[in-house]
Design a protein around this ligand. Structure first.
Ligand SMILES: *Cc1c(COP(=O)(O)O)cnc(C)c1O
Ligand code: SF4
Length: 346
């Protein structure tokens, strides 16, 4: 991580307690189980905007109360043919390239391993993953994730991307990263110039709250978008952070303004240590109902849950079909009734 200096982060309970003027003991208790890291940049945003950002970053004793949660809610370990790769769907695979992030989000789905030294991804693990990918021609799309891939040096990330590009059947490369949100200054013209050489390359960012769309985040996304990289956003629906239609609308509008196209809105996974963030499925459906038709379609993500046990992502949509017979009856976004013939054979 040559390009990022250590002062950029707060990584100890003492530093965070001091910075936010809060007691250190609860932070120490949680930190004995789960990693802690907040970038100095995000700490500033917490100071300015309070709770919705605080909750995402600052350890909470409730993380340790959660007894029903699942350690590996998406059964990723069972779906890993080699340690650094998750192969769940026929045509695409998830490559975990880094165990580090610019911030350890308290709601992380991979809380079991992200930020822990056991997850370190070394050259041998990556070489084994490249070998599996080379042997598996059905895979045409590789998602580079982690941890956060943009926590690697630009040179190391380039080595990974170049290795993937040398596999002829890999068509698209995607990077999943929260760095444009949590450490936007890491996104430099040099990084964008490197990525630009490997198109078609897509990036999915991860913003959860309108206050995260700052000038710095806008600049980071501009470097990437100007390099021809289509940008998406994978937002997680979080209680007390973004679980209202008004906050969500504000976030979505701000995303498209910085050229980020909302992709998924995820129902929070049943990850152990995150139950205090979870909302009812109906909360998400109600938010989607308030968005669809009311907000430009460009800004509408797919609301989805990732099925426990490795079933994959399942889209959740408010019900618009009221009755299915010879004639279909619908409600539109305003609640008005419409019908349409089910069978158009004369
Ligand atoms: C989410 C995910 C993908 C990508 O799914 P898309 O719907 O194509 O974005 C691929 N592999 C795994 C293991 C995933 O969890
Ligand atoms: S950036 Fe992503 S992978 Fe890293 S801790 Fe946050 S949610 Fe987890």
């Amino acid at each position: 991580m040559s390009s990022i200096s250590s002062e950029t982060f707060l990584t100890t309970p003492e530093a965070v307690a001091q910075a936010l003027s809060i007691p250190v003991e609860p932070l120490q208790t949680v930190h004995s189980v789960y990693p802690l890291r907040i970038s100095a940049y995000y700490l500033d945003l917490i100071r300015q905007h309070g709770l919705p950002l605080w909750k995402q970053a600052v350890p909470d004793l409730r993380e340790l109360d959660d007894t029903d949660g699942l350690t590996d809610p998406l059964a990723e370990e069972q779906l890993s043919p080699v340690p650094a790769l998750v192969h769940k769907y026929p045509d695409r695979a998830l490559l975990l390239v880094s165990h580090q992030c610019a911030m350890y989000c308290r709601f992380c789905t991979r809380k079991r391993k992200v930020g822990k030294p056991e997850m370190t991804v070394d050259n041998a693990a990556l070489t084994a993953a490249f070998h599996y990918l080379r042997q598996t021609p059905s895979i045409s799309d590789v998602l580079i994730s982690g941890g956060d891939p943009l926590m690697l040096s630009t040179a190391r990330l380039e080595w990974i991307i170049r290795s993937l590009r040398s596999i002829p059947h890999i068509m698209t490369i995607r990077i999943g990263t929260r760095v444009p949100c949590t450490l936007p200054l890491r996104v430099t013209p040099k990084l964008a110039a490197m990525l630009k050489k490997y198109h078609p390359l897509y990036i999915n960012t991860h913003f959860n709250h309108p206050a995260e769309i700052t000038e710095e985040a806008q600049q980071a996304c501009a470097y990437l978008a100007d390099a021809g990289i289509p940008l998406g956003c994978q937002t997680v629906l979080l209680r007390g952070v973004n679980d209202s239609a008004d906050i969500m609308k504000d976030l979505l509008y701000r995303l498209i303004r910085i050229r980020v196209r909302p992709y998924y809105l995820f129902q929070a996974d049943q990850t152990k240590g995150t139950s205090h963030f979870r909302t009812a499925i109906d909360t998400g459906l109600a938010i989607m109902h308030d968005l669809i038709g009311h907000v430009t379609g460009m800004a509408i993500p797919t609301f989805a849950l990732d099925a426990p046990g490795g079933g994959g992502k399942i889209p959740l949509t408010p019900e618009y079909i009221i009755h299915k017979g010879d004639t279909l009856e619908f409600k539109n976004y305003k609640g008005d009734s419409y019908s349409y013939p089910n069978c158009i054979v004369p």
